[in-house]
Design a protein around this ligand. Sequence first.
Ligand SMILES: O=C(O)CCC(=O)C(=O)O
Ligand SMILES: [Fe+2]
Length: 195
Amino acid sequence: MGALGLPEDSFDAVLSGVPRDFLKLAHYPGNTDGAPERQGVGPHKDSDILTLLWQDETGGLQVFLEGKGWIDAVPLKNSFIVNVGETLELATDGYLTADIHQVVMDARHTKSRYSIPYFIGPNLDLKEIPILSLPKELKDQARGPATDPMNPLIRNPGINTMKGRLRSHLGTTERFYPGHYKIIKEKGIIASSAY
Ligand SMILES: O=C(O)CCC(=O)C(=O)O
Ligand SMILES: [Fe+2]
């Protein structure tokens, strides 16, 4: 919050409440037969506040840059990737934007990829994510949250988190939330994701 020119406690309401952070251990099998693509993670934004992501030296993670397309997030030893999540995009009214990323195990990646994302999530009991009162010079640069009809950013953190979970685990969604599954399949409004 200090980096945004705000008091350190400005985001306490979003960070408080029952713990809802989680850590995932991911394994993507290597692409050993030269197929154009093997199992990865489809393009998505993380729905949380921030993600701290450790990846091994295999590579496979890509970030979408406007005007440039997909670029490799080349592994840097002893470093973490920090993804801005949808919650921060909503809270800063689009001053910070959640990055669109994917994992593509193309023919370059013959070895298994291991990654450990740590998702820092919002208080699920809040009714809505508040908009932070950014200093004028930052506020002037805020473009408003993205309005992609394929991935609506929902201000209620419980519903937005649920959106992320449903699209991540389509098999479970089909079995226990058949109505939601139908919407995802028919309208495609929730892109594929691991989160
Ligand atoms: O495994 C990775 O490197 C990224 C996974 C990811 O983007 C996610 O789980 O949200
Ligand atoms: Fe992600």
